[in-house]
Write a protein that binds this ligand. Structure first.
Ligand code: URA
Length: 307
């Protein structure tokens, strides 16, 4: 049975897809269907180049006047379009989106971190710096913090002690090293003739990561400008880094703590001697390593004493 254009239009209007044999439909309609389907559905390229004997006509693909005016392919006049040129057009119009590989995601993330503009506080004094940290929303940690933990101590201290990040107790109180590890740190300071008010205590992060997880690279990077400015303002004679996370971040290395401790380092931007030792929380878990921390403290003392 032959399908007329009018019947086809009714079926299309009712949303009924129709399979139409190329032998039973007006060739102008058939050619316009091929053209439309080629545009709408490139993956069927093979299908079209093989001259199908029937073509499914989706309801929404009503032939337009323009389509119906396209000369049928069996006439002697040249076709108004070629399949090849249509695919060329489609290629230019719709660039193919390929799934990103893990390494390209990592590369773009790295680029994003490198090009992100972090807060400019390089000429802030203490008060505006404290305010900037209090107002900071540069990473998501501000969402969950109770208090920022800015840091505290003597603003002209000879010793600056840098830990990794506030934990629950510090987040609650807004002060650094308030937990059990802080008590051990106090004892370590006493052992070298210092106390808390004589040193400056800070962390690489000013906000607590949830569940005390390790800081993410983006978070440490976002927070670094604050610590950097604190170091500049205090201008200590020595920086004691406690713990692997702070050490690896500040020294830009992946070396394990066991290899970082026991020797002198310098942070790129500062001409200040740096000593790395175990975090007191680690020493609470493995007290047998306390003697190594004692050696590190003695190294720090000797660096301070040398001109
Ligand atoms: N651990 C740290 O590194 N810093 C703190 O303030 C508390 C625990």
């Amino acid at each position: 049975m032959s399908v007329t254009q009018q019947q086809l239009s009714y079926l299309n209007a009712m949303g009924i897809p129709v399979w139409v044999s190329r032998d039973t439909v007006d060739s102008a309609i058939f050619d316009s269907r091929i053209k439309e389907n080629a545009i709408n559905n490139k993956p069927q390229k093979k299908h079209f180049t093989q001259s199908p004997s029937s073509v499914q006509i989706p309801a929404h693909n009503k032939p337009t006047k323009q389509h119906l005016q396209t000369p049928p392919s069996h006439t002697s006049s040249p076709p108004a379009f070629s399949t090849e040129s249509l695919f060329n057009e489609i290629d230019q119009a719709t660039p193919v989106k390929r799934p990103q590989s893990a390494s390209s995601i990592a590369d773009s993330l790295k680029k994003k971190i490198e090009t992100t503009k972090f807060i400019e506080c390089s000429n802030f004094d203490w008060q505006p710096l404290h305010q900037a940290v209090t107002d900071c929303q540069q990473c998501d940690l501000y969402n969950q913090r109770t208090h920022v933990v800015f840091g505290e101590g003597a603003q002209n201290a000879a010793w600056m002690i840098v830990g990794d990040a506030p934990k629950e107790e510090e987040d609650t109180q807004g002060r650094p090293f308030m937990d059990r590890s802080g008590v051990l740190l106090d004892n370590m300071l006493t052992a070298i003739g210092l106390d808390r008010p004589a040193v400056y205590l800070a962390n690489t992060l000013k906000c607590r990561p949830p569940n005390n997880r390790d800081p993410k690279k983006t978070e440490s990077k976002a927070c670094y400008a604050y610590l950097k400015r604190q170091i500049e303002l205090v201008n200590p004679s020595l920086i004691l880094i406690v713990g692997r996370i702070a050490a690896q971040h500040l020294l830009q290395t992946k070396e394990p703590l066991a290899q970082l401790r026991g020797r002198k380092h310098t942070i790129e931007e500062f001409n200040i001697p740096v000593v790395v030792t175990y975090h007191p929380a680690y020493l609470l878990r493995l007290p047998r390593n306390k003697y190594k921390s004692w050696q590190d403290l003695k190294l720090a003392l000797s660096l301070l004493a040398s001109p």
